[in-house]
Ligand binder design. Sequence first.
Ligand SMILES: [Mn+2]
Length: 308
Amino acid sequence: MISVFGHLNPDTDAVTAALVYAHLLSRTGTPATAYRLGDLNLETAYVLREVGLDAPELLSSLAAGSPVALVDHNESAQSLPNLIDLDVRYVVDHHKLGDLTTSQPALLRFEPLGCTATLLLKLHREAGLSIEPVDARLMLSAVLSDTLHFRSPTTTDADRDAAAFLAPIAGIDDVAGYAMQMFAAKSNLGDIAADKLLKMDYKVFPFGTQTWGLGVVETTNPAYVFGRQSELLSAMQAEKAAAGLGGILLSVVDILNETNRTLIVSEHEAEVVRAAFGAGTQDNVADLGHLISRKKQIVPALEAHFAD
Ligand SMILES: [Mn+2]
């Protein structure tokens, strides 16, 4: 049995891709089970509730040699802690290739698309498989989530085509309305603890000799997040110390206005974001303008900065 999972601090694409790819593998003769590597975020919980599915089981470790399929990630820092000891058989991803190694030949499928789900739709077509309504709903939700309903610069024509193809199978007439419901669910953060909010969409990256933590809060209500600025800065400072990070950023992305104001905890981060993005900084906030994609805009600029 192959264990299929997306990245730590999973988002909608990571969770739905695990479900859909485990189903695809099973339908094509390779028994597979979907897992998640962390709590569901509020948007993903909404999506699963709407489609009537339970969350995949939480996975925190696997025995060395266990066969796995990675979806929506490939870097060890974003995966199970002993990824190096696991038997990676499949990877389906739309991120840059990181430090992945495999113990035997593996099936690797990477494409520069806005979403893993768009790639999963291609795999169904290549395998001649019909799309079941539940899978269509999961994949459509992931496309809307990862591309912020086509606002993100990561969006490709293939993502738009995938959404248009999937919507009728999913039984969703009003795609824009459904996307807004998802974003509203994600933004309804209530009294979530600051450290949980920081980690909700959080990834760790090696830049040169440093490791940085990059969190993102995509929201239709940025004022709520900035209302909790001092708590969040404390949580960031604590995480930076606990994890021995070179730097930590928390980008607050206003989904509807497509802007990014990023919390910074010290002058070190301020210097880096000024140099890497030409961003203005004031107090503990950097104005990153319309740079709203961690994958396509934030990470590449930081990599280039630290490579100099
Ligand atoms: Mn993704």
